[in-house]
Design a protein around this ligand. Structure first.
Ligand code: PHE
Length: 347
């Protein structure tokens, strides 16, 4: 007697055998497997289609076998996929596993910060503490209280950016506004430095920018004299630039100091012989200074017959350029990592 025809059952068995035999070793194999057995156009889908038209008895019989087959193919696909993925992860560990890892780059402090910290450190040892104030300031604290008469040409020296006109609100042109706030709000004696950002309406070049940083200093007490100013700045110059550094004071003008002087240091590059950094003079300017003008003390409610004081102000950019031999001020604000990573704390 002929064996009854059982085409569906045979097909299921045959496919099952092929699934077992299929070796998934590459991504291409995996894709081939998917197309043959899993995708909508694969062999299993067509068997399910066949089952739809089979008799109820056959459905019962073969439905389970077909579902088992489907499960088998999906499991095999998943296992193959997992194995290929973990092999790919393993690949990145190939090579010498004893080599140190590539370190994370942690960056470095900005050269202007390094210089600011150093300036603060030097003056802190002389008993100066650090004061802070607003960058957006009114006209009175930035100009009028500092003895700049309204419409006086001295205001031209420090053209600024106005936030508001009448009443005038502006970006401070120097940190002297902090001196005014300190003298108005507290009783002398004061010995403080004021680091901070300042703004001026200037064309940007290698030597000037529309914003830069300053440290100003103020010492008010009974019997503060010009010799104290000179000694404090001489000490600063030697600490900052080295023991051999000399200083020179040149008469100058500021509305808020009288007498006033620019402070120069002997050129660090040529030691006084003459080079293009000092423009062949042997000296480089680092700060403005002077004895606080009696009008300024009076404007802040301090009696100039009892108290005297000295003040000075220097650009942090300028000191940093001298310290590290940097020839372009724009480098400080361009955020070029190749420039910034060269600076390490030299405390
Ligand atoms: N405020 C002056 C400036 O920015 C610097 C200065 C401060 C000069 C204190 C003398 C005394 O130019």
């Amino acid at each position: 007697m002929r064996k009854p025809e059982r085409p569906m059952e045979d097909k299921i068995k045959a496919i099952e055998a092929r699934i077992h035999a299929f070796a998934i070793q590459t991504r291409e194999h995996l894709e081939e497997f998917r197309l043959q057995f899993i995708s909508k156009k694969g062999e299993l889908t067509s068997l399910f289609d066949e089952l739809k038209v089979a008799s109820a008895e056959q459905k019962k019989l073969l439905g389970k076998a077909l579902n088992d087959l489907k499960k088998l193919s999906e499991e095999k696909f998943k296992t193959g996929q997992d194995q290929l993925e973990s092999a790919a992860v393993g690949q990145s560990f190939e090579g010498d596993l004893t080599l140190p890892p590539i370190p994370n780059k942690i960056g470095s402090q900005h050269p202007l910060s390094l210089t600011r910290y150093r300036i603060i450190e030097i003056f802190e040892r002389l008993g100066f503490n650090v004061e802070d104030g607003p960058e957006i300031e009114d006209d009175w604290h930035n100009f009028t209280a500092l003895n700049f008469p309204e419409n006086h040409p001295a205001r031209e020296m420090q053209d600024t950016f106005f936030v508001e006109k009448n009443p005038d609100v502006l970006l401070r042109t120097h940190t002297s506004n902090v001196q005014i706030r300190l003298m108005k709000n507290r009783k002398p004696p004061f010995r403080a430095i004021m680091p901070g950002r300042v703004y001026r309406n200037e064309a940007i070049s290698a030597r000037a920018h529309c914003f830069f940083h300053q440290v100003e200093g103020l010492y008010v007490d009974t019997n503060v004299g010009f010799a104290d100013l000179k000694q404090a700045l001489y000490h600063f110059a030697k600490e900052m630039f080295g023991k051999e550094t000399k200083i020179r004071l040149r008469p100058s003008f500021f509305p808020f100091t009288e007498p006033s002087a620019e402070i120069d240091i002997s050129c660090l590059i040529c030691h006084g012989k003459g080079c293009n950094v000092c423009k062949y003079s042997g000296w480089v300017e680092i700060a403005g200074s002077g004895m606080v003008h009696p009008n300024v003390l009076r404007n802040c409610g301090i009696d100039p017959d009892v108290y005297t004081g000295f003040a000075f102000g220097m650009g942090i950019e300028r000191i940093t350029m001298l310290r590290y031999s940097i020839n372009d001020l724009r480098l400080f604000s361009e955020n070029d990592i190749r420039f910034l990573k060269q600076f390490k704390a030299v405390m």
